[in-house]
Design a protein around this ligand. Structure first.
Ligand code: KIV
Ligand code: ZN
Length: 533
């Protein structure tokens, strides 16, 4: 193997992504907007989901799971809006094995150029007995009924056996065979609880391919959770065993420890094409951009040492490494940073930088903003440059993330004035824009943050508990931007908000308001029960 040799990763986009026979090309099914949004603390507005879907489409994602249409009006609208907008990817909605779910999914997907209904039911003894309280025969009948119903509404039907990796093989094969007989074109095998080990999971895929008589009529897919940190390894072994679709998320977000990370799967296939000769359609140069957008929208920071997209993934600290890099980048880099969309440049930003340089710099950092968002971000950049001598990349990232997060929020901070110091109580006056109308409140508190939060609470009454309040300086120096994280908990629902400003109290107000906006989205969602027939 030699690093830095170009490897073919692109195959003909004309290949069908939803039928059996896609050859060795791997269908990338992205579930950032569905499983990813189920991450504790994450929630996205319809507008935010649309923006991510657009980037996924541009990246060449084959199937975008846009949501769980029955879960809430917000989910329905997100699936529906994405279905209207996205043309080059199949748009998919999840549904339980119930008529109402499937019909709601079909309704939301109605405008899509290419649509898929993804219906699932658990097949493991534990889930059937305890969660569903259904006999295996009843579950088998539900598979037949749900897939047949979905297939009456669309040609592209995916069926998943939830907790598939802990299901009994005979029963699993029986359900898969029936699902295919009833018209399922993709059979997804989830490792729902991230329990499988790579060899064992590959054996499961091989067993299914050997024993299910009609398996050649469907694409075998896998959906691996990361509870043991094996999501990507399990997905890659499954591909070697014959799976041709992988379900994954940007930055690996998802339920509990998350899902297999798309960027890791795609770059493992591309970089080790010698061992894994399975192309994808992903335009890898969009990876950093997608990662940044998802991180900004969810408020989930990417750990610095995260493979592919972490801030350190292409940094070299040790002298010996730096020396090697200067001689030949292949000594310590197995991938080219530009292949994931990282551009190294010395474009230094400051007070006198113009809009063009600003746009260029953002592009290099992985951001592409629409005209309005760019104009607002540029105005904030100019204001920041007036306050702060040196503008580092980290400053721009914090500023743009903050801009992305606030774009379509129902509640926005308009103004804040605070009096604090050695007096017994601090005083805050906040002006918020709430659904288009400006409202003002005054409050006192023990310190400026407490006073500010009390004022916000007057305008947005709630019972959520402040579970985390954290301040982090984006760069060095007393003029550094403060990045504040606020976590709120309300009736088992967790949301995170972030704000970045040179003024720590204003950053705190923005973080608190962002968390409240996320709470409004979360409140709309009623967690669907295991099954409602
Ligand atoms: O993890 C899981 O089993 C799922 C299914 C709904 C596919 O997310
Ligand atoms: Zn899942």
């Amino acid at each position: 193997m030699s690093a830095h040799q170009p490897t073919p990763n692109q195959s003909s986009p004309a290949e069908p992504s939803s039928a059996a026979g896609a050859g060795d090309r791997i269908i990338i099914f992205d579930t950032t907007l569905r499983d990813g949004e189920q991450s504790p603390g994450a929630s996205m507005t319809v507008g935010e989901k649309l923006r991510i879907a657009e980037v996924l489409e541009q990246m060449g994602v084959d199937v975008i799971e846009a949501g769980f249409a029955i879960a809430s009006d917000g989910d329905f609208r997100a699936v529906n809006e994405i279905a209207k907008k996205v043309k080059d990817s199949v748009v998919c909605s999840l549904s339980r094995a119930s008529k109402r779910d499937i019909e709601r999914a079909a309704e939301a997907l109605e405008p899509a150029a290419q649509k898929r209904i993804h219906t699932f039911i658990a097949t493991s003894p534990l889930h059937m007995r305890v969660k569903l309280q259904m006999t295996p025969d009843a579950v088998h009948q539900a598979v037949i009924d749900s897939v047949s119903h979905a297939r009456n509404l669309t040609d592209d039907v995916e069926w998943s056996c939830e907790d598939g990796s802990r299901s009994e093989h005979d029963f699993l094969c029986r359900c898969i065979e029936s699902a295919i007989d009833c018209g399922a074109t993709t059979i997804n095998i989830p490792d729902t609880v991230g329990y499988a080990h790579p060899e064992e999971f590959a054996d499961l895929i091989r067993m299914i391919r050997n024993r299910v008589p009609n398996i050649d009529k469907a694409i075998v897919s896998v959906h691996c959770h990361n509870d043991l940190g094996l999501g990507v390894a399990n997905s890659l072994r499954a591909i070697q065993a014959g799976a041709r679709q992988v379900e994954c998320t940007i930055n690996g977000i998802g339920e509990r420890a998350g899902n297999a990370a798309m960027e890791e799967i795609v770059m493992a296939l591309k970089t080790r094409h010698d061992l894994l000769p399975y192309p994808t359609r992903i335009v890898t140069q969009h990876i950093i951009r997608a990662s940044r957008l998802v991180s900004a929208i969810t408020g989930f920071a990417v750990q610095p040492n995260k493979a592919i997209v972490g801030a350190n993934a292409f940094q070299h600290e040790a002298g010996i490494h730096q020396d090697g890099m200067l001689k030949d980048a292949g000594t310590y880099e197995i991938m080219r940073p530009e292949d994931v969309g990282l551009v190294r440049s010395n474009l230094v930003m400051g007070k006198h930088s113009g809009r063009h340089a600003f746009r260029q710099k953002l592009k290099e950092l992985g951001y592409e903003l629409g005209d309005n968002a760019l104009a607002e971000a540029f105005a904030r950049f100019k204001a920041l440059a007036d306050k702060k001598k040196e503008i580092f990349d980290e400053d721009l990232i914090a500023l743009v993330d903050d801009e992305i997060q606030t774009t379509d929020q129902r509640i926005k901070v308009v103004d804040l004035a605070v009096q604090c110091g050695s007096r017994p109580k601090s005083q805050a006056r906040i002006v918020l824009e709430m659904d288009g109308a400006e409202r003002t409140a005054d409050a006192q508190g023990d310190g400026p943050v407490d006073a500010t939060f009390n004022a916000i609470k007057q305008l947005v009454p709630h019972t959520a508990r402040l579970a985390l309040f954290q301040i982090h300086a984006v760069t060095e120096g007393t003029d550094a931007q403060a990045e504040v994280t606020v976590r709120l908990e309300e009736e088992g629902k967790t949301v995170n908000g972030q704000g970045a400003e040179t003024d720590t109290i204003l950053a705190s107000a923005r973080a608190y308001v962002m968390a409240l906006n996320k709470l409004l989205v979360k409140r709309e969602k009623t967690a669907p029960a295991a099954l409602s027939a």
